[in-house]
Design a protein around this ligand. Structure first.
Ligand SMILES: Cc1cc2nc3c(=O)[nH]c(=O)nc-3n(C[C@H](O)[C@H](O)[C@H](O)COP(=O)(O)OP(=O)(O)OC[C@H]3O[C@@H](n4cnc5c(N)ncnc54)[C@H](O)[C@@H]3O)c2cc1C
Length: 449
């Protein structure tokens, strides 16, 4: 099939996956337009002294089937190693590991609530599809399985860390789906000797090249021109125009809605994005490798979490370096902290480090990333917008804002791209089931580090 010209807006993983699946389906004229220097978006990386690092902590989840499918496709899956890491909850000046009997028993929560907590976790681990919890809150979910005591002691803290919202305002379907992926208890994956998101993004870029997809980097779409109920061209900030028959938008919905006049697709205008600050630094000082992930659950710190990237991947960066990542989730980019000068941010994170590790942090480089639109805020009534615009008949949507309820990962972004490509191809009369195929991927083994 030669068929239509397709422009994919955004070269993150959802855009790249959509373009790839369209090419596999026989579409020959595909252009991905990405404003960044490389493909990858939030899964992109930065380089220091010849080593690559993610913008913020990234681990491979053993249940993230579409991600595993893509790692397999690009030949990287045999290089993945799995490590059981520790996740701590720092509360009132003490750290608790809920995965050990001592940490679990010592955590300040009544015994009855701890039994409820175990019930909730077991339910979440087994239940894959959480769509029946749409329109119900995380408070209802936790109270149903674990009880209000467990909610107050733990989950109210976690939803505030993630969205600056109480459990009552957060979606129960989102929380259930998130717990299903067992981030705190199952082994996590990485690729030794490198940063795995760089391997993934390079591999996906190679797939696009092999399949003749045109990639326009450093190209920002600033307007979508319409005519007769259709979008007819994407106008770049340079003034260049890219006409096409079909458009797949994978950019944040808030940006898309600014580019096109009046898209009244249901749910689209209700989507608001949380913001994120991620600071990565490298040090040669000895750091107690007590955990990979420390949740600062006292809620009185600047960071929501501190990640010791080297505790998952000891070979990230140069030999002997330890890589530390401070992450703060904010309800929106209008929060004052998001605009704080770098010096102030770094001083506040240094305070957090001292409070948790009891020692000064002495980094020899630091990278500050501010992501104004990180993840949709999954409020209790969140719903996915439809796959196709209700206002502009030749516009389709993909991205993590369509993958709810899910963990919001590299794999769910890739999966959303495949799902949308299947829908576009169906509209062209081509049968394609890439999303179902990738979602059925089975991991054959989990070689340990
Ligand atoms: C700190 C952090 C930690 C994470 N941890 C993990 C993890 O441990 N495991 C995991 O699997 N996933 C993790 N993720 C999630 C994962 O990286 C993202 O969910 C995924 O990469 C999102 O892909 P996307 O294509 O949907 O969106 P994006 O990556 O946001 O892609 C959208 C693209 O559109 C481009 N764009 C926007 N506007 C325009 C415009 N006007 N013109 C042209 N281009 C435009 C952007 O530059 C971007 O590249 C993490 C993400 C972050 C930030």
């Amino acid at each position: 099939m030669s068929g239509p010209a397709v422009v994919v807006l955004g070269g993150g993983l959802s855009g790249a996956a959509a373009a790839y699946a369209l090419a596999l389906g026989g579409v020959s004229d595909i252009t991905v337009v990405e404003r960044g220097d490389t493909l990858g978006g939030l899964a992109g990386s930065f380089e220091r002294d010849g080593h690559f690092y993610p913008l913020g902590y990234h681990h491979i989840l053993h249940r993230d089937r579409v991600l595993l499918h893509f790692l397999d496709r690009i030949g990287a899956l045999p290089r993945v190693r799995w490590r059981r890491v520790r996740m701590l909850f720092d509360l009132g000046g003490r750290s608790y590991d809920l995965g050990t009997p001592g940490g679990f028993l010592g955590f300040p929560m009544r015994l009855r609530d701890k039994a409820g907590f175990v019930r909730l976790m077991l339910t979440a681990f087994r239940k894959r599809d959480w769509s029946d919890w749409q329109d119900r809150s995380a408070a209802e979910l936790v109270d149903t399985y674990a009880g209000a005591g467990a909610r107050t002691a733990l989950f109210e803290r976690l939803t505030r860390l993630k969205f600056e919202l109480p459990c009552d305002a957060v979606s129960g379907a989102w929380l259930g789906a998130r717990l299903h992926f067992r981030e705190g208890s199952a082994p996590l994956g990485y690729i030794p000797g490198t940063n795995w998101t760089t391997v993934l993004c390079d591999g996906v870029a190679r797939l696009l090249e092999e399949h003749g997809v045109k990639v326009r980097l450093r190209s920002t779409v600033q307007r979508l021109a319409t005519s007769g109920g259709r979008v007819v061209e994407a106008e770049l900030s340079t003034g260049e125009r890219l006409p096409a028959d079909l458009f797949v938008s994978t950019i944040p919905t808030e940006i898309y809605r600014r580019l096109v006049p009046g898209d009244h697709t249901p749910e689209l205008e209700r989507i608001a994005y949380s913001a994120l600050i991620s600071v990565i630094c490298a040090t040669r000082q000895p750091i107690d490798p007590r955990a990979y992930w420390i949740n600062l659950a006292s809620l009185d710190r600047t960071a929501c979490g501190i990640f010791l990237l080297s505790a998952l991947n000891p070979t990230i960066g140069a030999p002997g370096d330890t890589c530390v990542n401070f992450v703060t989730h904010l309800r929106g980019r209008d929060r004052p902290l998001f605009h704080a000068p770098d010096g102030e941010l770094l001083a506040r994170y240094a305070d957090d480090f001292r409070a948790v590790f009891g020692t000064e942090l002495t980094p020899f480089w630091t990278n500050v990333a501010r992501v104004p639109m990180y993840s949709p805020v999954f409020g209790r009534s969140f719903r996915n917008p439809p796959i196709r615009s209700a206002s502009w008949e030749n516009v389709y949507f993909a991205g993590n804002y369509r993958a709810f309820p899910s963990i919001v990962s590299t794999g769910t972004a890739l999966g959303s791209g495949l799902e949308t490509a299947d829908a576009v191809l169906a509209g062209l009369g081509v049968r394609s089931a890439r999303f179902a195929e990738a979602s059925a991927f089975r991991l054959r083994g989990m070689p340990r580090a």
